[in-house]
Design a protein around this ligand. Structure first.
Ligand SMILES: [Zn+2]
Length: 471
């Protein structure tokens, strides 16, 4: 995993390796600027005196989380074919976990409490119908996705010389599939067009087997009128079937296969003829994000879900959100993707409500008016070396403060309760995110490329800089 490097004026330089960062710190040429993601600041260098390469930040927005990959790009000309080959070297993999559902739950609760408190006022004129939403309004749970992704794009642009962005914008390319039911792309196994058609079909048939309605099973593409009997590869002749159904149907025509179920036959015939509207491919959050990314002034490359999948299969990269991000857009080669992933969990900065409530809305307890206790606040990243008592040992993680001075800590090993503030040393102030390192879940032969945050942060030489950076 790369280490971010800043110059003495805090302008970004090229990220370096962990080993190089360690040497720079040991020789006193750098200070620790930030613990997670690890960032150092050179004391004797200016950005204008150093050579910068161009980095690309790639994004794969999703509903639960957004995958991000910071890559260094190299374009070379293939000597035999004369084609331009774009190779990406992965510098850092990140996964941002959204908290849309937490926001939605909090707002639902607030709404119902207010309704109970204010709703029993009679003789008041109706006022529920006099508000309009501004253009481009998104619900808070979705707006938060756009805002947090943008906040991280902004941060990474501050820490690394990012010169271009890539985003997966749509599931399939509506341009390539222009009127797919009539003309447009035909299905060919393994080609980019094939992957676009596959995504289109998944959307059109709701990710279910057309014959038995099975969901969450591997689906195959089935020719409604079989190919062996002259059926075409056009999208209107394709459907999705689970493997058992596909084998049962074999090369029979759909009318013959579904002779016993005329209702289902009619439904499939109607659905196969109905083209999918453009709207199915896009989603409002992705477009809102795209609009904001363009405002950064950097060139934004957009890719489709079909292309991402095609790249992933072609480059034989396992399925992971951050690796999907690395496969967005034009990629012909991917290097150094076997590295730990920095998980960034959006945690928020606490609640403004000082009363904790039960499920029924009755007070359960009260929070203190001040959020800071003994110089710490909830969300701070802390290193605790407990020297006595039955919790002896060294811990590192995110704390939740208590007015009593005995804090709770979310460490790599799990929740540790009752760590006294006397043993705690601040590593990084709360910034609304929780951090952890995970490894990419490989399908076969787990190579064990991950490691714990504790191990990453206790590299020799790094601790020396910590007190200086924070003190
Ligand atoms: Zn089936």
């Amino acid at each position: 995993m790369a280490v971010f490097v800043l110059d003495k004026r805090k302008k970004p330089l090229m990220p370096c390796s962990e080993k190089r960062a360690r040497l720079l710190l040991e020789r006193g040429r750098a200070r620790v600027h930030r613990m997670v993601p690890f960032t150092i600041r050179l004391v004797d260098r200016l950005q204008k005196d150093s050579a910068l390469q161009s980095l690309r930040l790639k994004l794969d927005p999703g509903s639960k989380g957004t995958g991000m990959a910071l890559v260094r790009e190299k374009e070379s000309v293939e000597p035999t074919t004369g084609e331009i080959v774009r190779t990406c070297t992965v510098l850092m993999l990140l996964e941002l976990q959204h908290r849309g559902s937490a926001i939605r739950d909090a707002l639902t609760q607030r709404r119902s409490f207010r309704r109970r408190r204010r709703g029993n006022v009679r003789y008041r004129p109706a006022r529920f119908d006099n508000r309009t939403k501004p253009k481009g309004w998104l619900p808070p749970s979705l707006q938060h996705r756009v805002d947090t992704v943008l906040a991280w794009v902004d941060r990474l642009m501050r820490w690394a010389p990012v010169t271009a962005l890539s985003q997966e914008l749509v599931r399939f390319d509506t341009q390539a599939l222009q009127n797919p039911e009539i003309s447009g792309a035909e299905y060919q196994q393994g080609t980019l067009a094939g992957y676009e058609v596959r995504e289109y079909l998944l959307e059109k048939w709701n990710r279910t087997c057309a014959y038995c309605g099975a969901q969450n099973v591997p689906l195959t593409i089935d020719h409604i009128h079989p190919k062996s009997k002259g059926g075409s590869d056009r999208v209107s002749n394709l459907t999705l079937a689970c493997t058992p159904c596909n084998q049962k149907k074999s090369n029979r025509d759909v009318a013959e296969f579904l002779a016993g179920d005329p209702k289902l036959l009619a439904k499939i015939k109607v659905q196969s003829k109905a083209p999918l509207r453009d709207a199915a491919a896009v989603n409002s959050t992705s477009w809102a994000l795209f609009g904001k990314l363009k405002e950064t002034g950097l060139p934004v490359e957009v890719g489709t879900g079909g292309r991402t999948k095609w790249n992933r299969h072609r480059l034989s990269v396992p399925k992971a959100h951050c690796l999907d991000a690395a496969c967005v857009g034009r990629v012909d080669g991917l290097q150094d993707w076997q590295q730990p992933v920095l998980q960034i969990k959006a945690t928020g900065r606490g609640s403004y409500q000082r009363t904790r409530l039960t499920r029924h809305g009755f007070p359960r307890g009260y929070l203190t008016r001040k959020k800071r206790h003994f110089g710490f606040r909830t969300g701070d990243m802390v290193k605790a070396i407990v020297t006595k008592g039955n919790k002896m040992g060294s811990y590192l993680g995110r704390i939740a403060v208590r007015a009593s001075g005995n804090f709770n800590m979310q460490a790599d090993s799990g929740l540790v309760q009752g760590i006294h503030h006397r043993f705690c040393k601040l590593l990084q102030r709360a910034d609304g995110y929780g951090y952890s390192l995970t490894k990419i879940a490989l399908t076969q032969g787990d190579a064990g490329i991950g490691r714990s945050l504790t191990a990453a942060l206790s590299l020799p030489g790094m601790n020396a800089g910590v007190s200086r950076a924070i003190g």
